[in-house]
Design a protein. Structure first.
Ligand code: B12
Ligand code: SF4
Ligand code: SF4
Length: 349
């Protein structure tokens, strides 16, 4: 592609001030067999939509026939680029990406705005924006366009800005060659993420077993986790950052100071959980408007709150939990928590 077109393209993208961007040809993804194998092993848990996405992920042109290239955007979320009204929650843990407005809205909007600009620059070409929910292998395309390497925790990491970033893409009919070389793998002999994961969800070969991952259990499903997993939730209410918090590339770039083993203040933790369990679903929905926490919804958050109460033995919340004993979704987890209050071997104190 001639250099004046590249200059116009890059100048337009740079005006949006994302953390980083790159692009490459959109062909069969390098890591498609790894994805296929992951599904075959059932590591996707009940996220069956990932199986349905396989054919399009392997050949993006089945969904976007004119597509020749993909522009990949990385956007850091420390500090969060779009802050949300603070919730009365101090001691439960919420993944950093979710401590602001939902990126499925503001980030996608920004990518859509960029598409409009690009369309005005290149009227005959197609541009389609996506982040997270489209059938495209986001980490793969970020890797193939040179934006980072796959860490052992499977996250896309860049040596200059770690892994706490969202990925977004613009699929386009423009013909582009890779802007950068592939990024070297800089994990070396480090195994900090594998050692720190409390549920042993990180497998050999940079794979996560979603059946064991706290992020999956707190966001993607309202089911009660199995015994081997539930006791390791500590105070995670939504998502989990442990395997990224311990990563030297994040510690270096974000100067993280919080020790992942810090114990929460129990009185404040009780207040947080009391609020979540007492508030009506309708009120919770209103207060969470625009927040990613809405993905799991008020019932999902209450499930996670009951698990935290059970694990920390917060008998002060017994009455609040008892009201859900006959609830169709929360009944099982409420019975578990009450039994846990009586369990002398409970691990979290
Ligand atoms: C399903 C999903 C999940 C699942 C499964 C996660 C997983 N690791 O598989 C769950 C619910 C557990 C999850 C959790 C999280 N997620 Co998520 N998730 C997705 C989603 C929708 C699909 C991921 C997927 O296909 N998984 C299957 C595996 C096999 O693919 P993969 O994760 O891309 O991993 C690649 C590497 O393992 C690589 N690979 C491994 N070994 C080798 C070797 C070689 C040689 C090569 C070439 C490649 C390679 O191949 C895989 C395929 O490309 C993507 C969005 C998307 N459409 O891609 C977001 C996405 C991956 N999630 C994201 C985020 C932010 C998270 C969380 C941090 C949220 C949180 N704090 O709780 C955690 C991180 C947990 C973790 N360690 O991965 C970001 C990641 C950004 C980044 N910098 O990496 C994404 C890209 C969303 C976005 N648009 O920003 N997630
Ligand atoms: S997100 Fe948490 S539970 Fe999932 S792999 Fe990372 S450390 Fe383990
Ligand atoms: S903690 Fe270590 S092994 Fe894990 S992703 Fe970071 S550098 Fe790689």
């Amino acid at each position: 592609m001639i250099s004046s077109i590249i200059t116009r393209l890059e100048e337009t993208i740079k005006r949006f001030e994302f953390t980083n961007f790159s692009y490459t040809q959109l062909k069969r993804p390098l890591s498609i067999l790894i994805y296929k194998d992951w599904l075959k092993q059932g590591l996707n848990a009940e996220m069956t939509y990932l199986e349905k996405h396989l054919a399009i992920k392997a050949k993006p042109q089945t969904q976007w026939p004119s597509a020749k290239s993909v522009i990949v955007i990385a956007q850091n979320y420390i500090p969060h680029p779009s802050s949300h009204n603070p919730l009365p929650l101090n001691e439960v843990q919420i993944a950093k990406y979710a401590q602001g407005h939902d990126y499925h809205h503001w980030f996608l909007q920004k990518l859509d705005d960029l598409c409009k600009e690009l369309k005005s620059q290149f009227p005959g070409e197609d541009f389609v924006a996506m982040t997270d929910s489209a059938p495209i292998m986001e980490r793969n395309w970020a890797y193939e366009s040179g934006l980072g390497w796959f860490g052992k925790n499977s996250c896309l990491i860049n040596k200059d800005y770690g892994s706490f970033h969202f990925l977004g893409e613009i699929v386009t009919s423009l013909e582009l060659q890779a802007r950068k070389d592939l990024h070297h793998d800089l994990c070396g002999s480090c195994t900090k993420c594998i050692d720190a994961c409390p549920t042993m969800a990180i497998e050999e070969g940079k794979k996560i077993d979603a059946n064991k991952c706290i992020s999956y259990w707190t966001i993607e499903t309202r089911k009660t986790p199995p015994k081997s997993i539930i006791n390791n939730f500590t105070n995670w209410l939504f998502g989990c950052d442990i395997c990224q918090d311990v990563c030297p590339w994040n510690i270096k770039n974000f100067k993280l100071t919080k020790n992942i083993n810090n114990k929460p203040n129990v009185n404040q933790l009780v207040d947080d959980l009391h609020w979540l369990l007492q508030e009506s679903n309708h009120q919770l929905k209103k207060k969470l408007k625009g927040s990613p926490l809405l993905r799991t919804g008020p019932v999902g958050l209450k499930k996670n709150a009951i698990i935290i109460a059970g694990n920390f033995g917060l008998t002060q919340l017994k009455k609040n939990i008892c009201q859900y004993l006959n609830h169709p979704t929360l009944g099982e987890v409420s019975h578990w928590a009450l039994a846990e209050f009586e369990n002398p071997d409970r691990i979290t104190e």
